[in-house]
Design a protein around this ligand. Structure first.
Ligand code: ZN
Length: 495
């Protein structure tokens, strides 16, 4: 297993996309394709007691309706101390095993119940978990943490923030064979937080007060925000802890709607998610980022909500924040159809969001163009040695980094959009989101592109040039690239 170190300089203000980094994903969460028979959705029920003043979490929860999987682990945040794991009816207390080597995320430990022989594992229909955690309460302005990221269970003095996936604040079943993490759950939770003003669990409306009984019958990633915050509703969207004035919030929502409409037109379907916009502050000084936990778009920043950048007077800033927002909205659309798995799936998920965002932004702003965006991405990618997509996929995670996900791979999709065609690329995106597959890996991505191109000779040339080589990256094409281009052009002519 390889850990990708976080390599961005901390001396500058970091504004990043969905920061999964900091700590590596060994592989990317797999998708829930809900079918009641073959893939039951786990149900999380029980009580959660939180204090935002002392940074404590006490949980007494049952994870039920567990899918039948053989080789599994449960992932639970490494800062949570387990009292016991019991049967769903509390009659039996189980012996469990634990490993400090994370199967998926650095943030969590892996648990399982040993079976009757040393190689097997036991998995009942439901398991009851009792655990406690005490986390540092960090005032970022007084005594900041060095780093903050999506997978951090963060008490910032006013609130508790925990995403519902990477933090593993509740026990998440992971099926090793299909590389699938069951982090989207239905839930029935009684939450108590005596020093809170409001309670929010993703999938439910936020509640004012110190107690809440929240239920979601739809599978959802149970992101948490508890503590001192306010919320409001605007045009079917919920704003949580927004620093924006009502008038500015309305202007931001208008711009987001424009982006959403362009995205829907590109993809050919409407996203029916009414969105929640959640703003909060990091426990470090320098980090700022956004992510999507459908239907919430989360912005973590000290200065302002990152969405406020959509209103900036500075055109360049407005364009780049529109790209951020479009990227996150693309995740909403993509996430409604598929969650990618496998190491290469992580590249696909991020680069497709970035590709779609680039199409939308170059369409919205006359001042920028696809060519310009592509060239900038290629330049940024070329700051470190370039590897082909094939090499990256074969590196077992070693070469899969932010530069690949946000610069190099999206630049390739943009080049193909220009050199091959928009229709072929959007057909490819649709295939990636809808075709049945166990793994959304390199083989799947290239097979689906081949199918979208629909011409063997051309597909060979394209895959050779863009997937197996790096010749596309230079303005001074190599002999190999000129040949591949000639072959592509010829094949295109003959169509
Ligand atoms: Zn992203």
């Amino acid at each position: 297993m390889t850990h990708i170190p976080h390599s961005l300089p901390l001396s500058i203000r970091l504004i990043q996309y969905c920061v999964y980094t900091g700590f590596l994903l060994l592989s990317y969460p797999a998708l829930a394709e809900y079918s009641a028979t073959s893939n039951p959705v786990p149900h999380l029920s029980g009580t959660l007691e939180v204090s935002v003043a002392t940074g404590t979490i006490e949980a007494d929860v049952t994870v039920g309706n567990l899918p039948r999987v053989q080789d599994y682990t449960f992932q639970l945040n490494s800062g949570l101390n387990l009292h016991n794991i019991r049967s769903g009816d509390l009659a039996a207390t189980y012996h469990y095993r634990r490993t400090a080597l994370p199967e998926r995320f650095h943030e969590s430990l892996s648990y399982w119940l040993p079976g009757s022989d040393s190689n097997s594992k036991y998995l009942p229909q439901a398991l009851h978990w009792n655990y406690t955690g005490k986390y540092p309460v960090i005032d970022a302005l007084e005594n900041p943490a060095a780093f903050d990221w999506k997978g951090n269970i963060a008490f910032n003095g006013g609130t508790l923030r925990a995403d519902g996936m990477q933090t593993a604040w509740f026990p998440q079943l992971y099926d090793k064979d299909s590389d699938k993490l069951f982090y989207e759950v239905t839930y029935d939770l009684k939450i108590s937080c005596n020093d809170c003003r409001a309670i929010f669990v993703n999938g439910s409306h936020p509640v004012l007060g110190t107690q809440a009984h929240l239920i979601s019958k739809d599978p959802v990633e149970p992101l948490l925000l508890l503590g001192d915050f306010s919320f409001s509703e605007q045009a079917g969207n919920v704003l949580i802890n927004s620093p924006l004035s009502p008038a500015d919030a309305e202007r931001v929502l208008t711009r987001l709607t424009a982006i959403k409409q362009k995205m829907a037109k590109l993809l050919g379907w409407q996203s029916d998610s009414g969105l929640t916009f959640l703003s909060t502050t990091p426990v470090s000084k320098a980090n700022a980022w956004m992510w999507v936990s459908i239907p919430s778009i989360v912005s973590v920043d000290h200065d302002d909500d990152l969405l406020a950048g959509l209103l900036s007077e500075d055109l360049e800033k407005r364009i780049s924040y529109s790209q951020f927002a479009a990227h996150e909205l693309a995740h909403v659309f993509i996430g409604e159809r598929r969650q990618f798995n496998s190491d290469f799936g992580f590249i696909l998920s991020e680069s497709l969001a970035e590709y779609l965002a680039s199409l939308v932004v170059s369409d919205l702003f006359a001042e920028t163009s696809m060519d310009e965006i592509t060239q900038k991405k290629l330049q940024r990618a070329a700051r470190s040695p370039l590897h082909s997509l094939r090499e990256i996929s074969e590196s077992g995670g070693e070469l899969n980094n932010d530069t690949v996900r946000y610069q190099q791979a999206p630049a390739i999709w943009l080049l193909l959009d220009k050199n091959l065609s928009r229709a072929v690329m959007l057909n490819w995106v649709e295939r990636l989101l809808t075709q049945q597959t166990k793994l959304t890996d390199y083989a799947f991505a290239s097979e689906q592109l081949r199918a979208s191109i629909g011409d063997e000779l051309l597909a060979d040339a394209i895959l050779h040039q863009y997937f197996e080589g790096t010749g596309y990256s230079t303005n001074n094409p190599s002999k190999e690239m000129r040949e591949a281009n000639a072959t592509s052009a010829k094949a295109l002519e003959s169509r």
